[in-house]
Write a protein that binds this ligand. Structure first.
Ligand code: SF4
Ligand code: SF4
Ligand code: FES
Length: 891
């Protein structure tokens, strides 16, 4: 975009078309006074406070810098006597809008900084009367209405940026006030608890309770920046610490993936760092503590089963156990299970330990549980997204299959909602209603497990009506004729019968997608976590490729996945079938679930688990736990005593992501450097360092390895990271791979694909669900995640705000089903499958289809995976988490 020059206080700076004077000045590093404006992406000017007034040559009046467009040759002065006087006056009038008591309650705030900066007398015009009751009903944020100057920033953040639409400025004149929904207390409103309002509020009127309890902003003793560990969006966050290094406030940093935004987990999830359950010293199993498949490990139980040990003793024991198992049973008896919640360096070194130290092919990690990349790699030859989320800005249409980003990737969802508000059209394929439903042009509510039928019918119609991209198909696609034959049976009538979606809706959605100038295609765990998940994704990709929706700005293929380093841990080769950089192996080892099948059968005898929690995360937990109990040697490395650690022989205390240095790679191929924001507790150490020390004990020459060397080595091994090295990460802080010259953009494959000149449409295996409902088990059980909790809950359930917002396991059911079975809201029910039974509260949820019961996977008290079925997709080896037969009855 062409830039031009403007002059502010005699200094020439570059500005871009569309920028305000304030935005151009801020981008150039100038700090112009302002209050109601937020010079971050996504904020329209409010223009209510007048504290940004400046003189502009040729204008008789002062102009607000936040609303005045930067134009070629503009000359502005901020420091004239008139501008200085009027800004001071504006600040004094705003100060009068707070009660005197409220002003005293909030002595440190951006508004108080402005008072000081402008030299305003905050008492010049007196103060309005106080006495309006505070709203402390929300677990994390308090409203002090007497401190509110009615600037409207909170409303803009809630409505325009996060698109939650909960905060309004209600009333008129003197009665103007902040309101939630239709006047509810904040705690019972539809607040999503993203905390954007408290981050924006310049006076402390809306403020985080934990920060206030610690003594306000002045109590902050240290601050540090890291990347949020709770999903693959990769939001940068600044942690503010007070007291004994406790996180009292997490602020969205202006990172490349989040531009200052956070969701409820990134905002309020970090107190787990100082939870008393943190592992702070190595532990070894007591001789009198037998392993039992019914074991769990909570609080004081830890020392009933384990005794503290020094690092040397624990590492020696860990290494000896692996060496012994290898000698007695051969290297195939050893296995390694890592995690995508660590760093690239952890993942890279862990796969080296498996391959070089243990000599075993059995190495995998939890990305397997949501893996949706293999079908993309089949089609394009590339094992990462072809276009990042932000390409939505250039799209006309979004196709979203089996994903609920408002719960699973909330900050990404906020950017999507911004785009939908601007007119980008959404085709949503999902059985249930969800937060994005209200933005959807077409919400195709398929019967569970029928995505292939729906997508095939859309593809068939597009081809039959000649709406496919004929040039793309001719020049850049293999397998089109076979695709045409495969989708031929899926007429609209057949699809309507199988999916329950009206034929006219299917046809309209197909025509919209095919007619888009550019369409982004997303899919999520609702598509991938099936025993036929690869088929679902192949069907999505086939439709997108037939329509040529790839390789242009705003067109691309994007699997939305779970964990913070989901891309990097795969790039690093922490996979049984691939070395770093996806170099294939002829004889792949066991995947996540297969390792425990092998353990149950006595084939795998020794296991090293780093950051994973299979005793909660795997399907059919009874089977997984039986495998864990049978192991001869189990070493668990984690930050908490997880359900898996209950079976360990040695537990090694790890530092959390926020406590160490390295790099992580998000879903968008964005590699970000992290530095320690908080010191680790006790003797906890970074994962890569523990892995290194274990490797040294197994005879590997690793004593000199460092984070920097590991990153450089990984970058050399992974072709997509060409040009990356540690100095680049230090210098830039982040970079997207592959490195490309700026004009090329981030949507890959404008010409050719990684596999060659043409993408491939891969035939489906045409498998189906393992368990259909029957009279004994008439419901379909689906599992998933809540916005407030992450994965197995080991971190988020130790964060008091998240636990207060979502404290208990619930069986979500359609109200009609509950009425039919005589189940009252919150009544205790038993949910049974052929694997097990759990008891939990019934929760009416009209967003579900009748006949479905939905449970989150994060609650150990009623672990959803005690119920799920151990059946794997033949290609991806992803388990079936979304569909098994269940019965529900009153407990
Ligand atoms: S609560 Fe804060 S951000 Fe919202 S209008 Fe009042 S002063 Fe402005
Ligand atoms: S969207 Fe994901 S990365 Fe961002 S704050 Fe939320 S959980 Fe963290
Ligand atoms: S910052 Fe410009 S009017 Fe408030």
């Amino acid at each position: 975009m062409t830039s031009f020059s403007i002059t502010i206080d005699g200094r020439a700076i570059a500005a871009r078309p569309g920028q305000s004077l304030l935005a151009a000045a801020t981008a150039a590093g100038l700090d112009l006074p302002h209050l109601c404006a937020t010079p971050r992406e996504g904020f329209a000017p409010i223009g209510s406070c007048r504290t940004c007034l400046v003189e502009v040559e040729g204008e008789a009046d002062l102009v607000p810098a936040c609303r005045h467009a930067a134009t070629t040759g503009l000359v502005a002065r901020t420091d004239t006597p008139r501008a200085t006087r009027v800004r001071r006056l504006a600040t004094e009038l705003l100060a009068a809008d707070m009660s005197a008591e409220a002003a005293a309650r909030h002595p440190a705030s951006p508004f108080r900084d402005l008072v000081t900066r402008t030299g305003a007398d905050p008492d010049r015009f007196g103060h309005r009367a106080g006495g309006h009751p505070a709203d402390a009903s929300h677990p994390a944020i308090a409203l002090d209405p007497d401190a509110c100057i009615r600037c409207g920033k909170c409303r803009a953040g809630c409505r325009d940026v996060q698109v939650n639409g909960v905060i309004a400025l209600a009333g008129r004149g003197e009665g103007l006030h902040v309101a939630f929904d239709d006047g509810s207390p904040m705690g019972t409103s539809h607040c999503a608890s993203c905390g954007e309002c408290a981050q924006l509020c310049p006076t402390g009127a809306l403020a985080p309770k934990a920060l206030q309890a610690a003594g306000g902003p002045a109590s902050v003793t240290a601050s540090g920046e890291t990347v949020c560990p709770f999903c693959s969006v990769g939001c940068r966050v600044t942690l503010h610490l007070a007291g004994d290094q406790v996180v009292v406030w997490a602020e969205g940093a202006d990172g490349p993936a989040n531009h200052g935004r956070l969701c409820v987990k990134g905002r309020f999830g970090f107190p787990y760092l100082r939870h008393p359950d943190r592992l702070t010293t190595p532990l070894v199993r007591r001789a009198d503590a037998p392993k039992d498949a019914g074991l769990s490990l909570r609080g004081a139980d830890v020392l009933a089963l384990f005794r503290p040990a020094g690092w040397d003793e624990a590492l020696d024991m860990a290494a000896r156990g692996f060496a012994r198992a290898r000698q007695a049973h051969g290297p195939q008896a050893l296995a390694v299970l890592g995690s995508a919640k660590g760093s690239n360096e952890d993942a890279y070194l862990l796969q080296r330990l498996a391959r070089e130290g243990f000599s075993t092919p059995h190495v995998d990690h939890c990305t397997r549980l949501c893996a949706s990349v293999p079908p993309l790699a089949e089609a394009t030859g590339f094992s990462a997204v072809t276009a990042p989320i932000e390409e939505i800005a250039a799209a006309d249409v979004v196709l979203m299959v089996g994903s609920n980003p408002d719960s699973n990737h909330p900050v990404a969802a906020s950017f999507m909602k911004n785009a939908f508000r601007r007119g980008v059209k959404l085709i949503l394929v999902d059985p249930g209603m969800q937060a994005l439903s209200r933005f959807a042009t077409h919400h195709l509510r398929t019967a569970p497990g029928t995505d292939v039928a729906l997508l095939s019918a859309m593809t068939r119609l597009v081809i039959a009506e000649g709406r496919h991209d004929q040039a793309f198909v001719a020049d850049r696609l293999e397998g089109f004729e076979a695709l045409k034959a495969r989708v031929a049976p899926y007429t609209l009538d057949v699809a309507e019968r199988l999916t329950g979606v009206p034929a006219a809706e299917i046809a309209a959605a197909a025509r919209l997608f095919a007619g888009a100038g550019a369409a982004m295609t997303f899919w999520g765990m609702g598509a991938s976590q099936h025993a036929f998940g690869a088929d679902n994704i192949r069907a999505v990709i086939a439709l997108a490729l037939a329509c040529g929706q790839v390789g242009r700005p705003g067109a691309g293929l994007h699997p939305l996945r779970g964990q913070n380093n989901v891309q990097g841990s795969c790039d690093a080769g922490l996979l049984p079938a691939y070395l770093p950089g996806y170099r294939p192996l002829a004889a792949p080892g066991h995947t996540v679930v297969e390792m425990f099948d092998a353990a149950r059968m006595g084939e795998v005898r020794a296991l090293y688990v780093v950051g994973g929690n299979p005793a909660m995360a795997n399907p059919d937990l009874a089977a997984t736990r039986a495998g864990l109990a049978r192991l001869e040697h189990l070493v668990v490395q984690d930050i908490f005593p997880t359900e898996t650690a209950a079976f360990a022989d040695v537990i090694l205390p790890a530092a959390a992501l926020a406590e160490r240095a390295g790099t992580v790679t998000n879903t968008d191929r964005l590699v970000q450097r992290i530095a320690p924001a908080v010191p680790p507790p006790g003797e906890a150490r970074a994962d890569w360092r523990i892995i290194r020390d274990l490797g040294v004990r197994l005879g590997l020459p690793w004593a000199e390895l460092t984070v920097e060397r590991l990153f450089d080595e990984m970058a050399r091994e992974v072709p997509a990271l060409a040009g990356f090295d540690w100095p680049l990460m230090e210098r830039a802080g982040h970079a997207r791979y592959p490195l490309r010259p700026a004009p090329e953009g981030d949507s890959l494959f404008a010409d050719g694909f990684a596999r060659g000149p043409r993408a491939a449409v891969v035939p489906l295996d045409a498998t189906g669900a393992d368990e259909a409902p029957d009279p004994a088990f008439p419901f379909i059980l689906m599992t998933g995640r809540l916005r407030e909790h992450w994965h197995t809950g080991s971190m988020t359930r130790r964060s008091p705000v998240l636990e207060a917002l979502s404290p208990e396991p619930r069986a979500h059911m359609h109200p009609d089903d509950m009425a039919r079975l005589g189940i009252a809201a919150r009544g205790t029910v038993e949910v049974r499958t052929r694997r097990g039974t759990v008891r939990l509260a019934a929760w009416p949820d009209a967003a579900l289809r009748p006949g479905v019961v939905w449970m989150a996977m994060s609650f150990f008290e009623a672990a959803a995976n005690e119920l799920t079925v151990n059946r794997l997709d033949p290609t991806t080896r992803v388990p079936e988490f979304k569909c098994c037969a269940a019965a529900v009855s009153l407990a």
